[in-house]
Write a new protein. Structure first.
Length: 134
């Protein structure tokens, strides 16, 4: 029996899968061409030892996670939804105001009620947007 000084541990399916996932990520980030990706994935899937996987990943930097844009995108979507709702409500109030004035003339009820509702909707929208940004 022959013993070696340097032990290169055998790897399993999990390590090979981790290497192929990293290679795909490097491809997405533009560090590998499609041909290089194919060659390196073949090497990683055929790997039996740790050194084989390292050869598939040689000269590639350690992957850092992408910045989390989920929270920022969610806030932007909320702000857009709030202002879209405000715009629709403003148009509904405006049309209601015009119809009410056309039917019954400009009275105190129309002159106070519709602007008060519009100001209330506007303040509520601003408050909601400020809370999502905080």
């Amino acid at each position: 029996m022959i013993y070696h000084d340097v032990v290169m541990p055998r790897i399993g399916e999990q390590e090979r899968e981790r290497a192929t996932t990293a290679l795909r990520e490097h491809y997405v980030r533009g560090r590998l061409s499609l041909e290089e990706l194919t060659d390196r994935i073949e090497l990683a899937l055929a790997a039996r030892r740790d050194g084989d996987v390292r050869r598939a990943l040689h000269d590639l930097p350690v992957l850092r996670p992408w910045p989390d844009l989920g929270g920022r995108a969610k806030r932007a979507a909320t702000v857009a939804a709030v202002w879209l709702t405000w715009w629709v409500m403003s148009m509904v109030l405006f049309v209601g105001f015009v119809v009410s004035v056309a039917v019954s003339g400009l009275g105190w009820t129309n002159a106070i009620l519709f602007p008060a509702l519009w100001v209330g909707c506007t303040l509520l929208a601003r408050r909601t947007v400020r809370r999502t940004r905080a």
